[in-house]
Write a protein that binds this ligand. Structure first.
Ligand SMILES: [Fe+2]
Length: 386
């Protein structure tokens, strides 16, 4: 069986990569990009620094700063209007996964018209969008190298998964300097998202030998470096390692897939506005425990990559250690349960059947080694509640 491996044509990695954006823009023939970001970054000054660099290079530039966490269909429509009205020919996203996902949505609609919901999986995206340079400021989502975007349909409280080759950014600028000021909670949540990408890419039914190598390498690094970046935010070596590993984990899952954790995580985000990485973290231990018996050898490989096994351990001993270690890691990173996070109990339990239906409809759970039924998914939501 063959696999389609797709990565952005340009990936610029390392300290100072951010300063290379104007030259990358020229390589992509962009003359008037729209910078897509959010109000927080505007206040911090990063987009205006970028805009100055671009203007000094003799190019034009606009800024759209109305992106929100968990981008909505309305924000995408507003971004498309800004893109068209400004006569822009390219996109530069700056921020966490949300601005990057927003820029993907803007590019998709600018080229194809219609409504975001028209392109929800499994629907195709007919035309490619304008060039897009993605600049992540967190070490986590991997969106800078993936062919996916997740947009919330506010009419239905649904996080829609959109997939297509044309969503792959033209360039990813992966500069860990931009992550140095991330607070510990954001470091933990985005880092756990990246760990989940690596593990799910490896155990997925769509895994292949190319993604296997990348996923194992990414999870090994994330496992050792994330606690350092969490406990010591100024640790440059940990930040650099996390940034690169998160991008590798993005390449792994974009070319394999995510699975049950992501499938179940999106509805928690859509209904209760829990940050994506945090809702993954709430689910990862229980879903790993649920899944391991269906792919003991694959999960044992993960345990060995994380360095938590003894050479004499059998695969089933390795897997038991993996489940235990993931539960312990959540405690170390102070991941709350949905209850401790403050979600209303009645609303959570009322939403369980709809969340299970949305999880299944996204297609991700079908890639899991153990394919869960709707009632098993409902039970898993109830299991992680407290
Ligand atoms: Fe994710």
């Amino acid at each position: 069986m063959s696999a389609d491996i797709l990565i952005p044509p340009i990936i610029k990695i390392g300290s100072g990569a951010f300063l290379e954006v104007p030259s990358i823009l020229r390589r992509l023939n962009g003359k008037n990009p729209l910078i897509v970001t959010d109000a927080f970054f505007v206040k911090q000054g990063l987009p205006s620094r970028l805009r100055t660099q671009i203007l000094e290079a003799g190019l034009q530039c606009g800024i759209f700063s109305d992106t929100v966490p968990d981008p909505t269909t309305e924000v995408i429509d507003a971004g498309v209007r800004a893109f068209v009205e400004g006569g822009h020919d390219s996109l530069i996203s700056v921020g966490g996964g949300s601005p990057i996902d927003t820029a993907k949505g803007i590019g998709m609609l600018a080229a194809n018209g219609g409504h975001v919901r028209d392109y929800k999986v499994p629907n195709p995206i007919p035309k490619a969008g304008p060039p897009h340079i993605a600049i992540p400021t967190t070490a986590g989502t991997g969106s800078e190298v993936t062919r996916f975007t997740v947009i919330t349909d506010t009419a239905k409280d649904e996080k829609m998964l959109i997939a297509g080759i044309s969503l792959l950014p033209s360039a990813a600028v992966v500069d860990y300097e931009l992550t140095m000021s991330m607070p510990p909670r954001l470091t933990a949540d985005t880092g756990t998202d990246a760990l989940t990408h690596a593990i799910e890419a490896y155990v997925s039914r769509k895994a292949n030998t190319f993604t296997d190598a990348i996923a194992l390498s990414a999870m090994k690094t994330i496992w050792t470096e994330l606690p350092k970046a969490y406990h010591e935010p100024g640790n440059r070596q940990a930040r650099e390692a996390m940034m690169q590993a998160a991008t590798l984990a993005g390449i792994a899952f974009s070319n394999s897939s995510v699975a049950l954790v992501h499938g179940m995580s999106r509805p928690i985000g859509a209904f209760f506005h829990v940050a994506h990485g945090l809702s993954n973290a709430m689910l990862l231990p229980a879903i790993t425990a649920f899944s391991v018996d269906s792919a003991v050898d694959r999960y044992a490989d993960c345990a060995r990559a994380l360095g938590i096994t003894a050479p004499s351990d059998s695969s089933s001993q390795a897997v038991a250690k993996l489940v235990k270690a993931i539960f312990e890691r959540n405690a170390e990173l102070q991941v709350p349960s949905p209850k401790k996070y403050g979600i209303d109990e009645k609303r959570f339990f009322e939403a369980v059947p709809t969340m299970a239906a949305q999880a299944l409809a996204s297609g991700s759970p079908q890639n899991n080694p153990r394919v869960a039924t709707a009632s098993e998914i409902e039970e898993l939501y109830k299991e992680v509640w407290a």
